[in-house]
Structure formats: C-alpha cells, structure tokens
Unconditional design. Sequence first.
Length: 196
Amino acid sequence: MRTATIERRTTETQITLTLALDGTGKGDVATGCGFLDHMLQLFARHGRFDLTLRCTGDTWVDDHHTVEDVGICLGRAFRQALGEMRGIARYGNFLLPMDETLVLCAVDLSGRMALGWQMNFPSQKVGAFDTELCREFWLAFVRECPCSLHAVQMAGDNTHHLIEAAFKGLARALSMAAAIVPGQESEIPSTKGLLG
Ligand SMILES: [Mn+2]
C-alpha cells in the first residue's frame, strides 16, 4: 500500500496528515482555513487520493503558516508514499476547464524541484483567503516532494475558479504521474535508473 502518515509540530502549526495514493477520493480535511479545506477536499476527490488532515494553526495571525505547513506535510507524504517510484508513469498533465477558466497543469516526478506558477489572480482575496498563498502552498509541496510542477493560466477571470481549476488539474496530473503502469511495475522510468 502506498501510504504515508506525517506528524509535524511547530510553534505555528500542529498537523497530522495521512495520505493513500491508491485511494477512492475520500477527503476528511479540517485545517481551520475554510478555503484550503475546500481546495484539499476537491484535490483528494479528483486525484482519487484518500486524505485525512487535521491542522491547528495560528490563523489569528493570518493563514500563511497554515497553508505553507500543510503544503510541506502533503509534499512530504507524497514523497514517502511514492517510495522508490518503481513502476510509476512519472509524467502527468491535465488541461482543466471550469466555466470561463482554463488551466494547464503538468507534473514530472523527476526528483528535482521546479515550480512553474504562471497564474495571475484578478483578486487578492477570495473571502478571507489571501490568494498569493496558493503559490506558497505549491512551492512548499515541491520542496518536500521534488518534482517539476507547472500550472499555467490559459483563460479565466474569476479568482475562485482559477484556484479551484489549478488544484483540480494538479490533482489529476499528480494522480496520472503517480499511477503504476501495468506491465512496468518493476521499472524505474529513467535512463539513469534512479529518480532523484
Ligand atoms: Mn468552489
């Protein structure tokens, strides 16, 4: 079973996260940040990951520490659950439409970190949520689970749609990249013989 449980405690956040890569899309998420909960519920659903997450964070400051630290824990869980990456597809991509919005998402589980975040949100806030934190989330993710991860805004003018499309598209792309390819279960998909 490709699963991982992460516990992380700092003076800013206390987080427990369990991830199953080969799940059914069950999200049980409570971070204290409603917008992040919404994004992670649909991330689990569209990636068909099982994700259980509890976070108590210093949201009286703002949501920055909570969002960044949940990104750290999710990336760490992905990296652990992937193990030696034997048999995985390695690459994944998805072009996700949501009403007027279109976001191109692509992932290479290469073992090297790069974030291509070409998203321009018209609003700085969605409800109480600071939209600049989305980039912080995915930056934290790729630092902990070294991969090339790109989100490119092709169209769209509603900020809630744009963020939601990125999370859904990245869930689909990550799911595709992490999937085991039938008949290639023992292979590491690199001419180097190693991902990392
Ligand atoms: Mn929504």
